[in-house]
Design a protein around this ligand. Structure first.
Ligand SMILES: Cc1cc2nc3c(=O)[nH]c(=O)nc-3n(C[C@H](O)[C@H](O)[C@H](O)COP(=O)(O)OP(=O)(O)OC[C@H]3O[C@@H](n4cnc5c(N)ncnc54)[C@H](O)[C@@H]3O)c2cc1C
Ligand code: SF4
Length: 547
């Protein structure tokens, strides 16, 4: 049923990334085969599918074959197959090839692609199967009835800065469904609230993240071969920080350069965007792009906690899939094929629940049961303590990782489960740190945040309530005093600016929300947990195309 402000459906998917679309496709197939009426709707906040999508991406295609058994895999919009790969350790000027290339990190048989292009392709297939997709529409607020989730409100539009309706006001739409699938990607804002409300992370490790900052370059032919991939450790990070760089050779002379910084760093002045800029000045990296042209910029978080950071995946009327749950295998940094497989098992559970008219948590627990039987679960299980190895020191981490490899992932902890702390708990007072990362921006090889934001294509309607919520401005003053405002450094889009109040001469934070590229780092890393990211108007945000 549908009128202007109410839509009712069987299944509502929040987020049209690879996980949400794989869910929708598999659900549509199951419904079609069993003559179940198909009523499924996908909401995607980006104006077009793929335009808020950012990944590496080197993908293991095996689960696409299972998702789309009849489809010729040559039609998948991959750029190229991986032809050669290296893992390097970089010092400031030198390069060392790692003597040992762990099998779990091998990309043999994988493909390099733009995940945005893949998502658009999946969206086309989903629509052919009868899935309704509303792009440019964000799931904004959760609706409960008798303590159970029954739907979401989309965002309103036509509000002024204070949230007051203007002449072009459009009210939110109420979307009700029997089952709601949270597929919002890393740190989904609705998923976060559901995990808190239903205590779904009880007895689990907190989720931890890396911020991946990425640029797409066009380079003269022959400077970096199509199908070549490099992963690096070391420079510009010190041994006390987890992270690394990647360089992937796409087709059409395009090269991906990215740097992932673990958000468990303790230096409040550390800047993940600056880390990528510094990375590009290393002689080995600079020579690849020095005569090239920057095409695109963006950043996004990766949930890295692994198996022990997965929340309970279901509750009455809803399931959590993809990066919203945290289905990323480390150390291979692969989430797409696991997200697709988990989405397929969730689709099976949803189909059985709709068929039997029982969408209770007991019925939906089938999702977790089925996922535990998959090779992807075993992949996560094998690396269940990986990220924990690297929570203090890189070299110690290598030793612990070696022990993990020998013990089948168990490591040295007595119960086989190593603990993690949330990223925001790691900040140390600025007085104890003195390690600023100096970067000179030359606008050829290195770009400051304003310049890079231009290349993200991000756009926001200026006339709307700020979508970066800071409930307590006094806490900001404490944060400035203790940590010198880490938000000005960790935000890769210069949304937070430290400025001096002309009257009081006190420092304060000024926000530029229209720069935001939706990476969610502020929601994760703020040491006082005083920042909450919510979606701006539907369709606002970055314009990534092929990231
Ligand atoms: C820098 C980087 C490199 C990576 N490299 C690799 C790699 O090489 N190989 C690999 O396999 N994996 C890689 N990953 C991980 C991989 O990209 C993710 O695991 C995968 O994209 C997860 O898919 P998803 O559908 O769960 O989430 P996403 O791809 O994030 O999609 C979520 C979608 O939901 C939308 N959305 C969010 N909130 C709402 C809302 N409230 N309402 C409506 N829509 C909403 C978003 O706009 C987005 O389109 C990488 C990730 C990053 C960031
Ligand atoms: S404001 Fe937050 S979500 Fe937006 S770009 Fe900055 S850190 Fe990322």
């Amino acid at each position: 049923m549908s009128n202007d402000n109410l839509i009712e459906t069987d299944v509502l998917v929040i987020g049209g990334g690879p996980a949400g679309l794989a869910f929708a496709i598999h659900y549509a197939d199951l419904a079609g085969k069993n003559n179940l009426p198909l009523k499924i709707l996908v909401l995607e906040k980006a104006a077009t599918l793929g335009s808020h999508t950012l990944s590496g991406a080197v993908m293991n295609l095996k689960n696409i074959g299972q998702l789309l058994p009849g489809v010729d895999l040559n039609t998948i919009p991959t750029a190229t197959q991986v032809k050669e790969e290296e893992i390097l350790f970089l010092t400031k000027k030198k390069v060392f090839a790692l003597p040992y290339h762990p099998k779990v990190m091998s990309n043999k048989g994988n493909h390099i692609l733009s995940l945005g292009a893949m998502v658009r392709w999946l969206g086309g297939i989903a629509e052919q199967k009868g899935v309704e997709i509303f792009a440019g529409v964000a799931g904004y607020e959760l609706i409960y009835e008798n303590g159970k989730l029954v739907g979401v409100f989309t965002g309103a539009s036509g509000l002024d800065h204070e949230g007051k309706p203007m002449s072009n006001y459009q009210p939110p739409t109420e979307v009700r469904a029997k089952i709601i699938i949270l597929a919002e990607g890393a740190r989904g804002h609705l998923t976060k609230r559901l995990i808190e409300k239903f205590d779904l992370a009880k007895d689990k490790n907190p989720q931890v993240y890396s911020l991946g900052v990425k640029e797409l370059w066009e380079v003269p032919e022959a400077l970096f071969a199509q199908g070549r991939i490099i992963h690096t450790l070391g420079f510009p990070l010190g041994a006390d920080q987890f992270g690394g760089g990647f360089v992937y050779g796409l087709n059409k002379n395009q090269v991906v350069i990215g740097f992932c910084s673990g958000l468990d760093y303790s230096d409040p002045t550390f800047d993940p965007h600056g880390a990528l800029q510094k990375y590009k000045t290393h002689p080995r990296i600079a020579r690849i792009i020095k005569n090239g042209t920057l095409i695109k910029y963006g950043a996004k978080n990766i949930p890295e906690g692994g198996l022990y950071s997965l929340p309970q995946l279901y509750h009455d009327n809803f399931m959590i899939i993809g990066d919203s749950a945290g289905f990323v295998a480390m150390p291979s940094l692969k989430g797409i094929h696991i997200g697709i497989k988990a989405a397929m098992t969730a689709a099976k559970a949803a189909f059985e629940a709709i068929k039997s008219q029982d969408t209770s948590k007991d019925a939906l627990s089938l999702y977790e049961k089925l996922f535990k039987e998959t090779p992807e679960y075993r992949e996560l299980y094998a690396s269940r303590n990986f990220r924990q190895c690297f929570s203090s020191n890189l070299y110690l981490g290598f030793i612990k990782f070696g022990i993990n490899q020998i013990t089948g992932g168990r490591g040295l902890s007595l119960n086989g489960k190593s603990r993690l702390e949330a990223d925001y708990q790691h900040c140390r007072p600025v007085s104890k740190i003195n390690r600023l990362l100096p970067v000179v921006f030359d606008n050829k090889l290195t770009f400051d945040k304003e310049a890079d934001v231009f290349y993200s294509g991000t756009k926001h309607d200026e006339e709307q309530p700020c979508h970066i919520l800071i409930p307590n401005s006094d806490t900001c003053l404490d944060c400035i005093e203790k940590f010198a405002a880490p938000c000005q450094h960790f935000c890769p889009a210069k949304v937070f600016e430290l400025s001096r109040d002309a009257q009081t001469h006190k420092s304060k934070i000024v926000l530029h929300p229209s720069n935001c590229i939706h990476c969610k780092t502020c929601d994760i890393k703020d040491p006082f947990q005083n920042v909450t990211w919510v979606p701006p108007y539907g369709a606002d945000g970055p314009q990534y195309d092929n990231m």
